[in-house]
Design a protein around this ligand. Sequence first.
Ligand code: ADP
Length: 542
Amino acid sequence: MGEVQLREVEVARLLLEAARYLGETLEPRRVYERFREILGEAIPHDGVVVSSFDPGERLIRCDYAWVDGELLDVAIFPPLHLSAKGGMQSEVIRTGRPLLTNDVAARVQDSGTYYDVDASGTMRKVPDEGPPKPQAAMMLPVKHEGRVVGVVQLMSEHVAYRQDQLELAEGIVAQLGAAVRNARLHEERLQLEASAAAARATALERERAAQVLEAVGDGIFFVDEAGTIRFWNRAAEAITQLRRDSVQDRAVTELGPDWAALPATVPAAEGDERPRPVALPVEADGRELWLSFVAVQTHDGIVYAFRDVTVERQLEESRHEIIATVSHELRTPLTAVLGAASTLLRSDIDLASDDRQQLLEMIATQATRLSQVTESILLAGRIDRDEVSIETTRIHVDTIVRETVGALEANLPSSVRVEEQLEAPGFALGDANRLQQVLINLLDNAVKYSPGGERILVRTSQAADQVRIEVVDEGTGIAQTDHERVFEKFYRSDSSRRLAPSGTGLGLYICRGLLERMGGRISVSSRPGAGSTFIVEMPAAP
Ligand code: ADP
């Protein structure tokens, strides 16, 4: 275009094009390229550098650099401090006014930092490392809301720049500023959207993990580094009966000493280590539970998982008890039988016939005891499998009681007196033999658990639909908490074990099983030290 002034129509066309074309893309780099294309012929150039200015840091950074047809990596340009005087870019930023020079060499003699870059990206500090290549340069401020936010530099080694070109460039740069801002905003929005999406994904993942933790059957809780419970899942609530709102955000030590001791008693696995379960008795909400814990160390606390093993523990304990009871019950008579038999078999001892008789009687008694124990075990098993044969006939309860007491009395210690108060003239429905078995068990217990050898009373009574038998003793009595347990299979209270070492804990279980199958019931009323009354109810015969 040479010296010819830009025609107004041309200027208008270029500005319009700039407005349209620059606004079309939302990628900052493409905006700069389009800007350069638009400059094209109207403002010949062999270098275009766009810098932005950060007023906070007072730093000028290169955003785009194009030299002799090559796009340069902006990272090679060190950020420049805004200089207080001198420096072409700094001057534009300071004054907010464009600058045009057709003698760059003269300008760079002034104070300030100048760099000259070639198409290969080699940078020279000028004028120290030689004279600048460009002859002409224009520098235009990029403004936003009246403030300078950047500088556009156009350079030419071949032509001189004119004022009208500067004005055109100013117009295009104004468009450029808006387009770059738009593009930047767009990029920021994309970034925000991406981080919002990432945050949503993390939140979703957390939510899913929390849902899983809620759904699992194991109790799970998290104790942070400060010892505060930060998570307590539904299973933990169900097992301990401690509600989440009463536990969460409280110190774990507040749950009681068993919980406070967890860090010491349950080793927390770290890294890939396999957590080792530890079963412990812990008190929760006033109840004693056996819980099996595992603990895993995380970067900000410890995750505990636990299962309720109370039932397993009780089963295990009762299994031990059963084995101990049964073995004891069998071993005592067996030892006696073996001892007596081997004495009888010795050829070196000449036994008197009385002694011989006594030993034989002992064998008979102990063998009877043995068969009773095994019978009880077998009968309890048959009751469990519902395999006991029970007759349902009209039975005269008073007669059965009288006969049973009569038969037993001969074998009772002399200190025991059994009184009868028989006031049930009518009939009941049931099995005479089974009822007799029940009575023997009850009378047996009444004697066994009355160490002083007191009075035992058996009384009967009759109502419209039932016949009632009560066996009353003045013995040790039974604690309220054991009133139901005494009817459990193999249950023997600790005090009974001491008082009457022989016993299987099956007698009352069998009584209840037999009576229920006859349509009857058994219960107990007792206080420790005040004796016991076992009450049997049978349906009355029509
Ligand atoms: P066993 O007598 O073989 O232990 P039982 O089933 O007959 O088994 O009784 C279970 C438990 O109930 C006994 O161990 C004892 O603790 C308690 N018990 C039963 N009868 C009496 C009683 N008359 N007085 C006090 N305790 C009793």
